[in-house]
Ligand binder design. Structure first.
Ligand code: ADP
Ligand code: MG
Length: 441
């Protein structure tokens, strides 16, 4: 598939800009006709073949993103306007419509295709509250995924997100470094806050990356989470408002925190110091001042800082990088979560798993995503975060990608992930138990 094939498959050709209002999205009022017939590649194009298990997954990168017309395709995703011929596999025959409407599947009783028989369009996904078809993650090439995400975001951007009944304290944890904990924390926080929810980020990593990404000064003398944990300073005394957001605040971390792992050992109630401080802070807040979300960014270890976060939170959000070794070490994290649940915080649950740095061009990403979904089922958000240069650039400007480049695929994906999180009710306690230790090894 060439770029021009892809573009014409996306339905953004030549003179289509003046489409009639009949193509407008019924609920959003947003004109989706131009992008409605996304160039969905055939299923499995550029994706993993379960039988193909080469020794070196990295060598399995898909060079050719052109789809083959062979395998059965129940959802009839291909949307080339000239695809009128019967398919060899017996799937419904498509005819290019005269009008701008979706292609018609011949033989449908009322002449209209049933959803499962016609193309899935971005409009379908946009009206699907949390992409229950999972089609978004399946989209390939990446530009199609980006286009779909953009359409969804544009149609939903102005909608406020539902506030939870009470504050959701979410611990962003994974003891592997570089999997996207900090990136996820700050961008989900920014997406939630930008959608009308009150959010507090607690930076619990001595590196202070979340503080940096939120543009907050965190040199050694700044009052920080260290003072909260070690000196019992109230959170209200160290919390800082994040520039550019009305509803986003942060408790910064300074390098002092590096010593806290050791200093905590000899302190009373060493595992539950953050919980105490947070409970006191939440109950001291007046009416209308309470947070909808508290997100705690953990360091890449399973030491006392992470334990304090797990004891202080209600839910765990685990970002998993779509890379080789992604699941390695996860059993240890899940085991620790089980221990904390058993002894210190019975209500703790792994409620959310987010796949990050997904690269739709590689089989490896798809394989990791498939593996994670197989293990964790519904806990995994349908939205995956693509690998995106904009996401990685944003922190160097002291910004989240939500403000640095709000129209980028990274920003739109985080917005969609935040929406999914806000719309989900909490997963039942004990999710982690199904996938712990032995199974994950
Ligand atoms: P962690 O907090 O788990 O150590 P980070 O969030 O700091 O991980 O991410 C590690 C690195 O990867 C950072 O340089 C970050 O900018 C980059 N990164 C994270 N997510 C993405 C993404 N989706 N696309 C591209 N780069 C990313
Ligand atoms: Mg980090």
């Amino acid at each position: 598939m060439t770029v021009s094939d892809a573009v014409s498959g996306l339905g953004w050709p030549d003179a289509d800009t003046d489409r009639p209002a009949s193509g407008a999205h019924p609920s959003s009022g947003y004109e989706v006709a131009a992008g409605a017939h996304l160039g969905w590649p055939d299923e499995d194009a550029g994706r993993s073949d379960p039988a193909d298990t080469g020794d070196n997954p990295r060598s399995q990168e898909v060079e050719n993103m052109a789809g083959s017309d062979t395998g059965p395709d129940p959802h009839v995703r291909r949307a080339a306007a000239d695809e009128t011929a019967s398919r060899d596999d017996g799937s419904p025959t498509l005819t290019a419509p005269e009008s701008d409407d979706e292609p018609v599947v011949e033989g449908a009783p009322d002449g209209r295709p049933r959803p499962s028989e016609r193309f899935l369009t971005a409009a379908d996904i946009a009206t699907d509250p949390v992409d229950t078809t999972g089609a978004l993650a399946d989209l390939d090439p990446p530009i199609a995924q980006q286009a779909a995400v953009a359409l969804i975001a544009v149609s939903r951007r102005r909608q406020p997100l539902p506030a939870p009944a009470s504050t959701r304290v979410m611990v962003v944890a994974n003891q592997k470094g570089g999997v996207g904990k900090t990136t996820t924390t700050v961008n989900i926080a920014a997406a939630l806050a930008g959608s009308g929810l009150r959010v507090l980020v607690i930076d619990l990593d001595p590196q202070g990356n979340a503080s940096t990404a939120l543009g907050i000064d965190h040199h050694a003398e700044i009052p920080s989470v260290y003072d909260v944990l070690i000196e019992e300073v109230p959170i209200g005394d160290v919390v800082v408002k994040v520039d550019g957001f009305d509803l986003l605040t942060c408790v910064p971390a300074t390098i002092d925190l590096a010593g806290a792992e050791i200093e905590l050992v000899s302190l009373v109630a060493r595992e539950s110091r953050l919980r105490r401080a947070l409970t006191a802070h939440l109950s001291a807040l007046g009416n209308g001042e309470g947070y909808d979300y508290v997100l705690i960014d953990c360091p890449p270890s399973l030491g006392l800082l992470t334990v304090n976060a797990l004891v202080g939170g209600d839910e765990v959000l685990i970002p998993i990088q779509c890379e080789y070794y992604a699941l390695e070490g996860l059993s240890q994290l899940l085991k620790n979560i089980d221990l904390v649940r058993a002894h210190l915080n019975p209500s703790l649950a792994v409620s959310t798993i987010l796949l990050t740095m997904f690269d739709a061009r590689t089989r490896l990403s798809a394989q990791v995503a498939e593996e994670v979904r197989r293990h964790f089922g519904e806990t995994v958000l349908s939205t995956t975060i693509p690998r995106s240069v904009r996401i990685s650039e944003a922190p160097s400007y002291g910004q989240t990608v939500m403000t640095y480049d709000p129209g980028s695929s990274g920003a739109l994906s985080y917005l969609e992930a935040a929406r999914e999180m806000a719309q989900r009710s909490m997963a039942p306690t004990g999710n982690a138990e199904h996938s712990t230790s032995e199974e994950m090894r």
